[in-house]
Design a protein around this ligand. Structure first.
Ligand code: IMP
Length: 459
């Protein structure tokens, strides 16, 4: 499929965009749960009204699948704006870049007929995920499981090296940035020093975790990196300067978040989180664009709750309803294939994340998955040690112990996948959406009833 046909629905998407009531200026799309809410689809739709799509955080631990016509595009790092031929796509300084994964995506997307040259840029300040970061992810998790005597406390990392790469960013002396890949002699010197430390640390970790470890070889690593760096070279730029040039030229930027607010390193369910600021707060540090530029924050919300990996999830279902949601919603990880934990929508958590991320509108995704359930429960408070509260606890150990307090709403029987206007949705679906909107105090601006661009209802 060519880019021209990929963007064939632009006029329709454009008309829908007009109904979003966005304020002048830029916008961010951010997940308000534990990820996999369907951000990729919303970014893809909104892109029609923007000139630039910029990612600000995370790495290849995130995954979007975007369906356009009969084509499916699997994206982990490259922004989904790439499906439009005339948009600029940027990986900001806050992203951690796995060079092998980016090159794989570049090749796959080109193979699907997409333009991928000066419309894709990577920050020279972004940090590089190296193969030893992935090894470190696995060894660290194994060591922690051993140290804590069981896997109950495992974070359930995707193993993509994200945490170790951000840890090196904070440590500084063992970090490698994209700019470092552009200078062969400098890279050899830097990697020589980095590998000396890495080999010592990883050997110790492996010994403790009782795993085999072969020291990482400098020449083999450089030989692996060189051709990848050559592919990336034409795409590397000072992305913050570029974005400010675009802003000055009156262009509109859509900031695309990876992962989601409950996985935010500062505001999520720590320590069961990822290693970046995936709430909308990360936009500013992760791209160099200040807060006043971004008056629109579209919060993406799955119509129910899911989580993949470890950590508390108060509304998790361990019954036939949970199983049904998983099967109908195809709730298996796009990055790891792991089955996702499924449960009822948690409005206590959602109110918290909508506040932290400053959501100005909500997009409710996968509403179709709930069709056929007699009743729909939503969690409106937590009971902890006999006290009922609608406040989201800061401590994951408290969140682990809370008992959800549910409001029971009527379900809707009808298949809604063919609906394309809000008014035609079943009365019970309206009731469900209105309850969410009233509880959170943020308007529902969009509802998704299937994976295709056309299965989107803008109010
Ligand atoms: P890591 O960032 O790969 O180390 O993963 C840390 C935690 O965040 C694990 O529980 C992952 O399953 C979860 N996680 C990271 N990225 C995503 C995502 O995009 N969707 C859902 N869960 C994620």
């Amino acid at each position: 499929m060519s880019n021209a046909s990929a963007s064939a629905l632009d006029p329709q998407a454009q008309a829908m965009l007009g109904r979003l009531n966005l304020k002048p200026g830029h916008a961010a799309v951010v997940g308000l749960q534990w990820g996999d809410e369907g951000k990729g689809k919303v970014v893809d739709l909104l892109t029609a009204g923007f000139d630039v799509v910029a990612r600000y955080n995370g790495g290849a631990n995130a995954g979007h699948t975007v369906c356009v016509g009969d084509q499916t595009y699997a994206l982990h790092l490259i922004p989904s704006g790439i499906l439009y031929p005339d948009k600029l796509n940027v990986l900001g300084n806050g992203v951690v870049v796995d060079p092998e994964q980016v090159v794989k995506e570049i090749n796959a997307l080109r193979g699907q007929g997409l333009k991928l040259d000066d419309n894709f840029l990577i920050s020279d300040r972004a940090h590089v995920v190296m193969p030893y970061h992935k090894l470190q992810d696995t060894l660290q998790e194994a060591a922690v499981v051993k140290g804590k005597g069981g896997d109950a406390n495992a974070i359930g990392t995707t193993g993509r090296g994200i945490g170790p790469c951000y840890a090196d960013k904070a440590l500084r002396s063992t970090a490698i940035r994209v700019a470092d890949l552009m200078d062969d002699a400098h890279l050899r010197d830097l990697l020589t020093a980095v590998l000396a430390v890495k080999n010592a640390t990883l050997a110790g970790l492996a010994a403790y975790a009782e795993r085999d470890f072969t020291p990482i070889d400098l020449d083999a690593t450089l030989a692996w990196l060189k051709p990848l760096a050559a592919v990336l070279r034409p795409h590397v730029t000072d992305s913050a300067r570029l974005l400010h040039r675009e802003i000055a030229a009156g262009k509109r930027i859509l900031f695309e978040g990876a992962n989601a607010t409950l996985l935010d390193i500062d505001h999520g369910t720590y320590p069961f989180v990822t290693s970046s600021n995936c709430s909308s707060l990360g936009v500013h540090t992760g791209t160099g664009v200040a807060g006043h530029h971004v008056p629109n924050v579209i919060g993406i919300v799955k119509a129910y709750q899911t989580r993949v990996g470890g950590g508390p999830m108060p509304t998790e279902l361990h019954d036939a309803t949970g199983e049904r949601i998983r099967e109908v919603g195809r709730e298996y990880g796009t990055t790891t294939g792991r089955p996702r934990r499924c449960g009822w929508l948690d409005l206590v958590a959602l109110k918290y994340t909508a506040t932290v991320s400053g959501a100005t509108g909500l997009a409710i995704m996968l509403l179709d998955v709930l069709a056929g359930l007699d009743e729909l429960k939503v969690c409106t408070a937590y009971r902890l040690d006999g006290k009922v509260s609608d406040e989201f606890p800061a401590d994951a150990r408290d969140l682990e112990r809370v008992e959800p307090v549910y409001e029971v709403l009527s379900g809707f029987a009808a298949d809604v996948t063919e609906h394309n206007d809000y008014a035609s949705l079943p009365a019970e679906a309206h009731g469900y959406l209105k309850f969410i909107e009233d509880f959170i105090g943020v308007p529902v601006v969009m509802v998704s009833v299937g994976p295709k661009r056309s299965q989107s209802i803008f109010r």
